[in-house]
Design a protein around this ligand. Structure first.
Ligand code: 0A1
Ligand code: ZN
Length: 877
């Protein structure tokens, strides 16, 4: 475990590397507790670096066995070695070969960084700083080298041996029970993209021919017996490869592309060159074990990692401050892919929901940071919604501002100019500025300024002048270390809708026209006057959520009902309904009594009856905002119990008022077998299961019985799990029976057991904390597996606000105990769990004080990891 560094790493302190590595030869002999790593580095002094600097190689917990320079063993006094560093103060020349032998213990590696074991298989995770846990190396993303890797292992223990690039040779090692494989990756890469896998795995083979005719062998490696569950992932991979050719002109560049699914993984997946390593949750699916949401998740993560081959690997990041350069761009690319493969409006709605749930909350609390941070104590804590999701929004805004053609030209220029480079955000923006001829200097603020801009838009119709005037104000609230903010560029897609429900032509009073129906706000206060308007229009602003902002308008409830029925922008139709719901829920939570919900009910009724609409869209639009979403809208002094009560009351009101329509929808949407994971069928299931949820919300015995019947009869996990999720809301015998049945059916399937753990962790009842504690004692649970921890503890802390924030503080205490217990083993996951406190300042005083005490208990604990120290310190600041 790394100790907390007293000093942060700063972007302003960036210096080019003093030494470069041209080639790396690794010889890795796998052994459960003593893996021998021999590394031969061709080192060269960087002409652009400090000409007098020693050779400084990073390490983390390494044991040095042997060192040689140009073939000659080095004597003890010629170097300094510690577990954290290897220093040669007097290198023999400006170009030499260094051979380093180290020993590592993959079985003892519980952090899951570097070389570790997952269910007896060997695998690696090197981003961001894991390679230094395998061998001494300048472990920074701007040192790019060509790797050749020889790996050997016992044939029985690891019949499959993989690394990056193309396979050069493999075979038995005579007179031993061992074998070897040699892999060569011709593309220079930083160490964080190194990967190695050894184990007993089954290959699901396929092939792909690129647009220019290069044949590629595809392989997805899974535990033997799970092969059939990889077919959807393989299909998603081939679609991703074709899509990147068609939409971004990017082809694959090796003879082999392999994916390995492992069951112990800190994150979702990793884009190692030619050898992606995945959390098995994002590979394995069958109709019986995976929900529609799981299938969509697999499709997008497979695409995401594949797309990194260009946005991340061919063009990588100069340093970790530039993380959004690859992550924001790649999220944008995977979002676009899923939009093209599925429904664009539905994808946009779900992406914005994720953005608001994860990023807007992050940006409103103590962990807020810019898309490109300027300093960090622990880089592992910066794989955040801000870097990923807001980073993607910034790329999306660029596309909105520039238009499709200039955007693509900018992308092409960026790739052409920086292929093989470690680039920066400045490089990225320069390509777009040049391709479009636009000045993007103000736009660049999106990367450096944290916080979600608050934008108010007040519209005024003047019948005499036949104009519609729109006054816009923007302000970005203070965030840690950034008290003052400048106005940012806001591309706001706009429509003015006439009484007949049609968009009016948009003409500005200064004669400017609006390319792509987007107004560009650049000042703190700005007005736009539209002319030739004959009747009061209804404003539809920020269509498609074109800018990631908190928008308030002077629209009346009746306007929102009108937008919900007529806006040709599906996102704003959705948003109008949500806006109505938020108004009711906020007032209800504040006063204890729900105000009149008639306008919302009317709008919902119309939408439900509209046969032209996609069921998936209806399911999104008719879902009542979640408790966390409501808390975010309230913003301060939040009482989770009041939020819960208001939400439940509104749900029951809607269910009663729309009972007939919901019954009809439930009956009409039943899908004939067989199950298909496609978007259309998934959308029907989503709406039908939403109807089931509403219809069961009052807890009537017949409704419970119907949910139980659906649970028992389901031929797919989506319907079975949706029924279970409905049943767990009600303390009935059916709940206990269904939970038992589910457990018995899937006890041997950890990914499905995660769903079972997660649902129970979210029960909004007083007994849940005890239930969660009991569940941690079951053999199916393990603190060593990140998926289990996230499913049970993560769900409790992030998706059960009434119980996590129990007024007696027991939920907070529990999380702290878990974090402190986990920290010594897996600090990354411990830090993630602790970041559940990131919204604590929005709570009412009693709960806020309890959360603060809990965080202080963490901060006061001696011997914490850098990861947990960083989150605790920032959360309390
Ligand atoms: N680059 C990966 C994310 C990732 C980051 C760190 C990891 O280990 C600590 C693993 C994966 C992605 O964006 O998919
Ligand atoms: Zn990524």
């Amino acid at each position: 475990m790394r100790d907390a560094e007293p000093h942060p790493v700063r972007l302003a302190d960036y210096r080019p590397p003093a030494w470069l590595v041209d080639t790396v030869h690794l010889d890795i002999s796998l052994h459960p507790t003593a893996t021998r790593v021999i590394s031969r580095l061709a080192l060269r002094r960087n002409p652009k670096g400090d000409a007098t600097a020693p050779v400084l190689l990073d390490g983390d917990g390494l044991t040095l066995v042997r060192l040689a320079v140009d073939g000659t063993p080095l004597a003890g006094g010629a170097y300094e070695a510690s577990p954290q560093a290897l220093i040669l103060r007097h290198p023999p020349s400006d170009r030499f070969t260094l051979e380093v032998e180290t020993l590592v213990d993959p079985t003892a590696n519980t952090q899951l960084m570097g070389l570790y074991r997952s269910r007896d298989n060997y695998c690696t995770q090197c981003e961001p700083e894991g390679f230094r846990r395998i061998t001494y190396f300048p472990d920074r993303s701007d040192v790019l080298a060509v790797y050749t890797v020889r790996v050997e292992a016992s044939r029985a223990e690891a019949p499959v041996l993989l690394s990056n690039g193309n396979l050069e040779r493999s075979g038995p090692i005579p007179d031993t029970d061992r074998h070897y494989a040699i892999w060569h990756d011709p593309w220079p890469k930083p160490s964080y993209l190194f990967a190695l896998v050894g184990g007993n795995l089954s290959k699901v083979p396929d092939h792909f021919v690129t647009a220019s005719g290069r044949p590629v062998d595809l392989g997805i490696y899974v535990e033997p017996g799970k092969e059939a569950r990889a077919t959807y992932a393989m299909d998603a991979l081939k679609r991703s490869m074709r899509w990147d050719e068609k939409v971004f002109g990017r082809e694959y560049d090796l003879d082999v592309f392999n994916i390995v699914a492992v069951s112990d993984f800190n994150m979702g997946a990793m884009e190692n060159k030619g050898l992606n390593i995945f959390n098995d949750k994002y590979v394995l699916a069958s109709p019986e074990t995976a929900t529609d949401t799981d299938y969509a998740g697999i499709e997008s993560v497979i695409a995401h990692e594949y797309f990194h081959n260009w946005s991340g690997n061919r063009v990588t990041c100069r340093d970790w401050f530039q993380l959004c350069l690859k992550e924001g761009l790649t999220v944008f690319r995977d979002q676009e892919f899923s939009s093209d493969e599925r429904s664009r409006p539905v994808k946009r709605i779900s992406d914005v929901r994720t953005l608001k749930a994860a990023q807007f909350t992050e940006d409103a609390g103590p962990l807020s940071h810019p898309v490109r941070p300027e300093s960090y104590h622990e880089i592992n804590n910066f794989y955040t919604a801000t870097v990923y999701e807001k980073g993607a929004e910034v790329v999306r805004m660029l596309k909105t501002l520039l238009g499709d053609e200039d955007f693509r030209a900018g992308m092409d220029l960026y790739y052409a100019r920086h292929d093989g480079d470690a680039a920066t955000i400045e490089d990225f923006l320069a390509a777009f500025a040049e391709a479009s001829g636009r000045d993007l200097s103000q736009f660049a603020l999106w990367y450096s300024q944290a916080g979600t801009p608050r934008v108010s838009a007040q519209g005024q119709f003047d019948p005499a002048a036949r104009t519609y005037r729109l006054d816009i104000r923007q302000e970005t609230p203070p965030t840690p270390a950034q008290p003052e903010k400048k106005p940012v560029v806001l591309p706001l897609a706009i429509g003015l809708i006439g009484p007949d429900g049609q968009d009016l032509p948009l003409t500005l009073d200064d004669g400017r026209n609006l390319p792509r129906h987007v107004i560009e706000v650049t000042q703190a206060e700005q007005s736009f006057v539209f002319t030739g308007i004959d009747a009061r229009p209804v404003l539809s602003l920020n269509r498609g959520f074109s800018a990631p902002i908190n928008l308030s308008t002077n629209l009346a409830d009746a306007d929102l009902v009108f937008l919900a029925a007529h806006d040709r922008d599906p996102f704003n139709r959705f948003d109008a309904l949500q806006g109505l719901a938020f108004r009711i829920l906020k007032a209800g939570a504040a006063s204890g009594t729900l105000p009149d919900a008639a306008p919302l009910i009317e709008a919902a009724r119309l939408l439900l009856a509209d046969s032209t609409l996609d069921p998936a869209f209806k399911a999104q639009a008719l879902a009542i905002p979640g408790e966390n979403e409501i808390a975010r809208e309230i913003g301060s002094n939040v009482d989770p119990d009041a939020v819960f009560t208001a939400r439940r009351a509104l749900k029951r009101q809607l269910a009663t008022a729309l009972g007939t329509e919901l019954e009809e929808a439930y009956a009409a949407l039943a899908a004939p077998p067989p199950y298909s994971p496609g978007a259309a069928a998934a959308g029907r299931r989503a709406l039908r299961n939403l109807a089931l949820d509403y219809l069961t919300s009052g807890g009537a015995p017949e409704a419970i019985a119907r949910a139980k019947a659906q649970f028992m009869a389901a031929d797919n996990m989506t319907d079975r799990f949706a029924a279970l999720a409905v049943l767990v809301q009600h303390d009935t015998p059916e709940r206990a029976e269904a939970l038992d049945d589910f457990y018995r059916r899937f006890v041997t399937d950890p990914l499905v057991i995660d769903k079972w753990l997660s649902l129970q962790a979210q029960i909004p009842e007083a007994g849940t904390l005890e239930r969660v504690k009991d569940l941690t004692l079951l053999p199916v649970f393990s603190m060593a597996n990140p998926n289990r921890v996230r499913a049970l503890i993560g769900a409790f802390a992030t998706a059960n606000p009434t119980q996590f924030h129990r007024p007696d503080g027991a939920g907070h205490d529990f999380l702290v105990d878990v974090v402190l217990g986990l920290d010594a083993k897996n600090p990354q996951v411990a830090a993630r769990m602790l970041s559940a406190f990131k919204t604590f300042r929005q709570l009412e005083p009693l709960r806020r004080a309890s959360a603060e005490r809990a965080l202080r208990r963490v901060a006061a604990t001696p011997g914490l990891s850098a990861d947990v120290t960083d989150i605790a310190t920032r959360s309390l600041s």
